[in-house]
Write a protein that binds this ligand. Structure first.
Ligand code: 13P
Ligand code: SF4
Length: 301
């Protein structure tokens, strides 16, 4: 039997749902039940009635799934699938930051560990960060973490004063305004869509047509009728864009924008996760209980 056939058979046998992030390898995306951004996949995980959730994404996404749907088995097919941005703040660092700002409201991006989420009042993703920050009562001091570029963008869009943690994504921070300028001069007239984690998105905002989450970018790709679009994010997303819209040409700002964590999971890993029940993600109950309200606010926003 082919590898694809084995994955589908095991998925069926175990009544599992396979969730894949937009940056996953094309062959993994193609076999998933749902492909999307971190908010969409969190909602799918939360509402899943299947006993097993295989998360083809990164660890913080699998932890989020476990916290939101604790009675399910959540499998992350490769434990090396971490996140450089999530690693930029620990729970101890956050506790110290909170001590310096008593009474402040903590808004944590989903790209954080479960321990960090347990210290947060609200969680958000790139697609609803503005909405979430707008829910914080006016006049409250806000600590936003860990992505400074997303934080800066949200600060500009909402006009709210926020303290920003100085963290960034190693893949998106590398995309600089100079890269954007070069791509724009090589492809004159092509609109630019950018993920808010990009260094170029906030620093060169006037040259960016749309700042969007990965699903926002996919929807834009599906709807646009222009001949060419410049894309500032991890290149894994191009597979879905090109599949949904074979007419428009989608060019990356930087073809080397590859997230090594997102590429850890192969189709063999997905098959083995179902075959050997690996690697089951558990979040200690006290941590999960403290993180759940912030995550419920995120999925509701
Ligand atoms: P999205 O929620 O937009 O999919 O972003 C997740 C991520 O990790 C981007 O680097
Ligand atoms: Fe983390 Fe950046 Fe990879 Fe997204 S692209 S998973 S933020 S390291």
């Amino acid at each position: 039997m082919s590898l694809e056939g084995e994955v589908l058979r095991l998925k069926d046998e175990r009544s599992a749902v396979l969730l894949a992030h937009n940056y996953q390898r094309p062959e993994v995306q193609d076999l998933a039940d749902y492909v999307g951004d971190s908010l969409f996949l969190s909602r799918k995980a939360r509402e899943s009635d299947r006993p097993v959730i295989v998360f083809a994404g990164v660890r913080f996404m699998a932890e989020t799934a476990k916290i939101l749907n604790p009675t399910r088995t959540v499998l992350l097919p490769d434990l090396k699938a971490g996140c450089g941005l999530a690693d930029s703040i620990t729970a101890d660092q956050l506790r110290a930051w909170k001590t310096d700002h008593p009474g402040a409201v903590v808004v944590a991006y989903i790209n954080t560990s479960a321990d960090v989420k347990a210290e947060a009042d609200y969680c958000c993703t790139s697609s609803n960060a503005i909405k979430v920050v707008e829910q914080v009562p006016a006049g409250k001091e806000i600590l936003f973490l860990p992505d400074m570029f997303l934080g800066d963008y949200v600060r500009k869009r909402t006009g709210r004063a926020m303290h920003l943690w100085v963290g960034d994504c190693p893949v998106h921070a590398k995309l600089r305004p100079e890269d954007l300028e070069r791509a724009r001069s090589e492809h004159p007239g092509a609109p630019v869509i950018a993920h808010p984690e990009c260094g170029c998105a906030t620093q060169a905002l006037p040259h960016v047509d749309r700042v969007l989450s990965t699903d926002g970018m996919v929807r834009y790709a599906e709807e646009t009728r222009v001949p060419e679009v410049l894309v500032a994010t991890e290149v894994g997303i191009l597979h879905r864009m090109r599949k949904l819209n074979p007419v428009t040409q989608f060019d990356p700002i930087d073809a080397g924008a590859i997230c090594p964590y997102m590429k850890e999971i192969s189709l063999e890993d997905v098959r083995d996760s179902l075959r050997f029940n690996q690697y089951s993600i558990d979040v200690p109950a006290d941590v999960a209980d403290r993180a759940r309200l912030a995550l419920e606010r995120m999925v509701a926003a």
